[in-house]
Design a protein around this ligand. Structure first.
Ligand code: ADP
Length: 325
């Protein structure tokens, strides 16, 4: 088995990445391996920005957001030259196994790399707030992001009720409505607009009108940033012209959803997956991502993970409708 393991975080940061790094480092030490930290994702391999870690390198980080290894998007790693340079650096240091923590793009990059350099083994951990990765029920950071959004909307609700307002709250999710859907249910929103389902402005106006007839004095609509009608500002503009019963306001939650101390659920998930990734490498696995499905740790090939889309739970969509009556 390889003696030197590189660990990196890549793509968008998410709360719980640090807990995952900690678990990977300590599991590597447990197996008698040498863990190396790679700074700034794939760029760090290309620039040989790599350092030896020990158990104390990951002290006091389980509760922190962001990533101590820093993260980056690396256009150079998308090129053959960049990946070849990365390979040479890994060989030089005797690193022939990597744990990569990131999203869909990170998996694609890893798959590309091992197709060209199969003597380096790579296992991925799902680190993204969006939950849009196939092969795990939840990604590291999703639970924290939803909790942050829910807490923000709880505060917005105070103003909405006090002033009789209609609030459009935009949450993250350019391609996926997972954050919006769960946030909407937990925050008691009247409706949730997400890219996966079509809700026209006419349909929305019908819902708002029904709310008015039931004497609702305030309403909250959660909008995923990638909704087909546009973000919260665009939707609010269209609605305002035809619904003036309540004053309309918009709030974009933005980057607060990416940061902050991870919830217990994200810390446990990240710890499990960081350890599972190193265990997989020790068992000789490569080209797979680890995940938790129905409470069990699983491994899924990168190719499979990036070609499939995690489905939204239709029962949750139904729930939004019923609970907004
Ligand atoms: P995420 O992992 O959060 O989806 P990105 O899409 O930015 O974030 O991907 C992270 C990095 O993975 C990119 O900056 C790039 O270096 C690498 N990557 C993504 N797609 C590919 C690809 N098809 N080939 C090689 N590298 C890729």
């Amino acid at each position: 088995m390889e003696k030197n393991i590189g660990i990196l975080t890549s793509g968008g940061d998410s709360p719980g990445m640090n807990a995952c790094i900690r678990a990977a480092v300590r599991t590597a030490l447990y197996h008698g391996l040498k863990p190396f930290g790679v700074r700034r994702g794939y760029d760090g391999i290309i620039d040989d920005d790599v350092f030896l870690m020990d158990s104390r390198s990951v002290s006091n980080i389980i509760h922190t957001g962001g990533t101590i290894l820093k993260t980056a998007r690396s256009p150079r790693f998308r090129t053959r030259e960049g990946r070849d340079a990365a390979y040479q650096n890994l060989k030089k240091r005797g690193i022939d196994a990597l744990v990569v923590i990131g999203g869909d793009g990170t998996y694609r990059g890893a798959a590309e790399f091992i197709a060209e350099h199969p003597d380096v083994k790579i296992v991925g951990c799902p680190g993204t707030i969006d939950n849009d990765l196939y092969g795990t029920d939840f990604t590291i950071g999703f639970d924290t992001a939803v909790n942050t959004a829910v807490q923000a909307i709880d505060k917005i609700r105070d103003t909405a009720t006090s002033h009789n307002r209609l609030f459009f709250v935009e949450v993250m999710g350019r391609d996926a409505g997972f954050i919006a859907l769960r946030t909407g249910i937990a925050a008691g929103a009247e409706a949730v607009l997400i890219p996966e389902t079509v809700t026209t402005v006419d349909m929305l106006l019908e819902m708002l009108e029904a709310g008015r007839q039931k004497n609702k004095s305030s309403m909250i609509i959660v909008v995923a940033e990638g909704d087909e009608e546009g973000g919260a500002f665009a939707v609010a503009e269209k609605v305002k012209k035809r619904f003036d019963y309540l004053e309309t306001k918009v709030s974009i939650l933005g980057h607060i959803q990416r940061g902050g101390s991870p919830t217990y659920a994200d810390r446990v998930l990240a710890s499990r997956l960081g350890a599972a990734a190193v265990d997989a490498l020790v068992e000789g696995e490569t080209g797979v991502a680890v995940g938790v499905v129905h409470h069990d740790a699983v491994r899924i090939p990168f190719d499979h993970a990036v070609k499939h889309v995690q489905d939204l739970n239709p029962a949750l969509l139904r729930l939004v409708k019923i609970l907004s009556l």
